[in-house]
Design a protein around this ligand. Structure first.
Ligand code: BES
Ligand code: MN
Ligand code: ZN
Length: 495
């Protein structure tokens, strides 16, 4: 076993690329910004850069790396990393710095220096993003392998004004929370049971201002949560309902942000069992819970002045002699009765009770995050998370938060005709509307549990897991939505 990630020492230094103490200097190339950073390159590296540019070899393509020597002395090398043409957005900087960090790790460079002075963009935001990127690129998915993993970058220096030090700290906290979420979502089902998820969440959010409550089956039952208990019926592992309340010092009024995360620690589909092929992926069916837990950790550590209540209903979805059967009717804590026509549509069931509990706990705004539907992956691919909502101003606030966070979201419709597809003959609602519009009918189901509270549903089925290895991204859990939720908590919450 190895540590899943080590935090590098982050330094804000005013040195120049040819004098900084590091094994490797990183410059970001976004096409037209060449004029800004080029004069700062050490002379030998500038000659190589110019020659590569003249040969058409230096490209601004994301992930492209040009290696140049600085001649004698420290640091020995410079890499110029393509950051995509056009302005250096947060997302571009994150990818370029993550590419550089991964490149350094592969070559056993332990100390890197990133020249952010020369980006020609808003250094304040970019400092946080760059620090976040180094931390996230230090993650090691293979912490259960016996062989030594790639060594982490131990020291990252950022060539920026000294005043930006606080931004580096912010980026470190956010990147660390993203890594914590990734670690949770990567863990196999035998390791991360509902009990273990709740215990780790309590440990991760043991910060000033956070109060944690973990309910077991008896109390979940006593609250009338027949939807969560229904899904848990087939499992030998007891369900848990986790509730984290963050009260920042001195904040006693104003909105309460309710975050609800889907916490299925393994989804077999239940009696409506899934095909064996690819089922192992369903260990990450608690990535929504991981995002919510990571966000609470970061929000508390940053001292964001926003009251938050996070709720995670968590269970396995297993077949068994006592498991839910297609056709069963169960009743949630809100009183709504559900005809379960497909036991594989379990996420919306546990979220129904979770959303109800968050409202009970005083949430004035609700966001749920869930690996909810394969249909969302079909609609938006593995690039963009699906977004649904009832309150246009709140939807807007979330879109803006996602934009600042550099996470792609796209709104899908949610009209009354989709609710029609969820009609049951014998209960208030069925839990599966079938293949057509599957991501939308899932959202229509959740809407019944929300009432008038401003609410956004984020379907991360496609974005929670990275399959395509990229120079800036490794295969495994992505930690998606941690950053967006932190940005949302930090901004205004309109009705
Ligand atoms: N956890 C799955 C959704 C999922 C699928 C996540 C693929 C990530 C990748 C969810 O519980 C599920 O099984 N949904 C069903 C719903 C259907 C039965 C209405 C689906 O999408 O097939
Ligand atoms: Mn399922
Ligand atoms: Zn599921």
């Amino acid at each position: 076993m190895h540590t899943p990630f080590e935090l590098p020492l982050l330094r804000a230094v005013t040195a120049t690329p040819d004098t900084v103490a590091a094994d490797l200097v990183v410059a970001l190339y976004a096409g037209e910004t060449a004029d800004v950073f080029r004069p700062r390159l050490p002379v030998a590296a500038r000659v190589e850069f110019d020659a590569a540019l003249a040969r058409g070899e230096m490209l601004a393509d994301p992930g492209h790396v040009l290696v140049a020597s600085t001649g004698a002395g420290t640091p020995g090398r410079v890499i110029v990393v393509g950051a995509g043409p056009g302005p250096l957005t947060a997302d571009r900087v994150r990818r370029a710095v993550a590419t550089a960090t991964a490149w350094a790790r592969e070559r056993r460079c332990r100390r890197i220096a990133v020249d952010l002075t020369a980006t020609g963009a808003d250094v304040e935001t970019l400092s946080a993003v760059a620090a976040d990127a180094v931390v996230v690129a230090n993650f090691n998915h293979g912490h259960m392998k016996s062989a030594d993993p790639l060594p982490p970058v131990t020291e990252a220096s950022f060539l920026i004004a000294a005043g930006q030090r606080a931004q580096l700290e912010r980026g470190l906290v956010i990147g660390e929370a993203v890594n914590a979420a990734r670690l949770l979502a990567n863990e196999p089902g035998n390791v991360l049971t509902p009990r273990e998820l709740a215990d780790r969440a309590v440990a991760l959010t043991n910060e000033p201002g956070v109060q944690a409550e973990v309910l077991g089956p008896d109390r979940i039952e006593a609250l009338g949560m027949g939807l969560l208990m229904g899904v848990a019926r087939g499992s030998a592992e007891p369900a848990r309902l986790l509730c984290l309340t963050y009260t920042p010092p001195g904040v006693t009024s104003g909105p309460v942000l309710g975050l609800v995360g889907k916490g299925i620690t393994f989804d077999t589909g239940g009696i409506s069992i899934k095909p064996a092929d690819g089922m192992e992926r369903m260990k990450d069916d608690m990535a929504g819970a991981a995002a919510v837990i990571g966000a609470v950790r970061a929000i508390a550590r940053l001292g964001i002045p926003r009251r938050v209540v996070a709720v995670v209903p968590t269970t396995e979805n297993m077949p068994g002699g006592r498991a839910l059967k297609p056709g069963d009717v169960i009743r949630g804590a809100s009183g709504i009765t559900v005809e379960v026509n497909n036991t594989d549509a379990e996420g919306r069931l546990i979220l129904g009770d979770g959303l109800w509990y968050a409202k009970q706990k005083g949430a004035t705004h609700l966001v749920d995050v869930a690996t909810l539907t394969g249909a969302c992956v079909v609609a938006l691919g593995k690039v963009t998370s699906g977004l649904f909502g009832t309150s246009p101003p709140f939807v807007d606030a979330l879109k803006r938060a996602a934009e600042r966070a550099g996470e792609a979201v796209w709104q899908l419709p949610l009209g009354p005709d989709y609710r029609e597809m969820m009609k049951s003959d014998i209960a208030d609602i069925i839990n599966s509307g079938g293949r057509a519009g599957g991501a939308i009918t899932a959202a229509a189901f959740l809407r019944d549990f929300v009432g008038d509270t401003p609410w956004v549903h984020l379907d991360i089925a496609g974005t929670a897991w990275i399959d395509d290895v990229k120079p800036w991204a490794t295969k495994g859990a992505s930690g998606v939505m941690v950053r967006t939720l932190v940005e949302l908590a930090a901004g205004d919450l309109p009705q």
